[in-house]
Ligand binder design. Structure first.
Ligand code: CP3
Length: 342
């Protein structure tokens, strides 16, 4: 049996769109917060197959989503390249900043697969417990988005350190992107070998790039990862999510070579339907804030999305991750409304 979400990735419309949510496992769930307290360090949770399996399955048990997403983080890749990474309570991630090309020496040329082995083990454990019909998604961060954290050493509002590095030293910056392309492809291949049905490439900060840089640091690296992965896994299904890309999504939709395009909540509906969904299945794009607020704002936002995308190949999702203050009841309401929409 082909899972409904995979059918959509093959270009087939489903009468009721499959639904999952970015950050569906996380702090808005009381059962996640209970497990989170058992690990002092967030990365310990990501690298514990037992706890990560449990957390991956929590939203499936509670909401019966159409996909589980592996519980981990995009920053395990810099960590597996030897960069120091930690998560400070309330402050987000901290890394040893890479201040220029000479400091690329602090990185390994290839990811340490021994460090990542517990993640592949989590995939195998989740696979055994997942209900039939529920897809298992793996993921990685896109090279540009990873670079923004690796260069700044933290999350930034404007991604300025990475942008500045790329202007001052394009060759040095391209060397960092090359390391991340190879690392991401190797990582995704191992995720497929361990049993994921599809993967998503998160390019959270794609939107800040000017057009030429968007081509060079978002589209092109993504296309290289896709090509590398498909060399090993010809049937690999890959969702690309270049957040904030706007009209540049049109080029991304074909040139990045992904099977489906994740939409953020800012995109124009007619553009996304006529220019993107006509080329590739789409996924998205409820404003996470509407989900947090609930009520009429939520219902009308859901209906608008269904009116625009449900006639074609479509996966219902948010336009970015679930916000920690989101009431569980709003997620239940969302799922009920989508599933009674046909
Ligand atoms: O979607 C899922 O449920 C799967 C798990 C997942 C996490 N992070 C868990 C997480 C996924 C797919 C990610 C991706 C991720 N991580 C991205 C790309 C998507 C996006 O949200 O933009 C980025 C940029 C990161 C980096 C990251 N991880 C930041 C900036 C932070 C701190 C901010 C925050 O929300 O706390 C994290 C931590 C993180 N990753 C948490 C979770 C559940 C919260 C940590 C905690 O529980 O203490």
């Amino acid at each position: 049996m082909i899972k409904p979400l995979i059918r959509v990735l093959q270009g087939e419309r489903q009468t009721i769109p499959p639904i999952w949510l970015m950050r569906q496992a996380g702090r808005y769930l009381p059962e996640y917060r209970a497990i989170r307290r058992q690990a002092d360090n967030f990365l310990d949770l990501c690298f514990s197959p037992k706890l990560a399996t449990e957390v991956t399955l929590q939203p499936i048990r509670r909401f019966a989503f159409d996909a589980a997403i592996l519980f981990s983080d995009i920053l395990v890749i810099p960590y597996a390249l030897g960069q120091h990474v930690s998560f400070e309570q309330g402050n987000g991630p901290r890394l040893d900043a890479i201040n220029g090309a000479s400091e690329l020496r602090m990185l390994r040329r290839e990811i340490d697969q021994v460090v990542l082995a517990p993640i592949y083990e989590t995939i195998e454990c989740v696979k055994k417990e997942l209900p039939a019909g529920v897809a298992l998604l793996g993921f990685c961060g896109a090279p540009w988005t990873l670079a923004t954290y690796m260069v700044a050493g933290m999350g930034t509002p404007d991604q300025l350190p990475a942008r500045e590095f790329s202007y001052r030293d394009p060759n040095g910056f391209a060397a960092l992107i090359d390391i991340l392309v190879a690392a991401s492809a190797a990582y995704l291949i191992r995720q497929f070998e361990a049993g994921v049905d599809a993967v998503q490439i998160f390019d959270t900060w794609a939107g800040v790039l000017p057009p030429d840089e968007f081509d060079n640091y978002c589209i092109e690296p993504c296309a290289r990862i896709v090509a590398e992965v498909r060399k090993q896994i010809p049937a690999a299904k890959i969702i690309g999510f270049p957040r904030g890309a706007g009209t540049r999504l049109k080029k991304y939709a074909t040139a990045a070579n992904v099977d489906a395009v994740g939409l953020d909540w800012m995109i124009d509906f007619a553009f996304a339907r006529d220019e993107i969904q006509s080329r590739r299945p789409v996924q998205g794009n409820l404003d996470p804030l509407a989900l947090m607020v609930g009520g009429k704002a939520l219902d009308s936002a859901i209906d608008r999305i269904l009116e625009n995308f449900a006639a074609g190949p479509f996966i219902f999702n948010l336009g970015h991750g679930v916000l920690p203050d989101t009431p569980v009841a709003h997620v239940e309401r969302l799922i009920a409304r989508v599933r009674s929409s046909a």
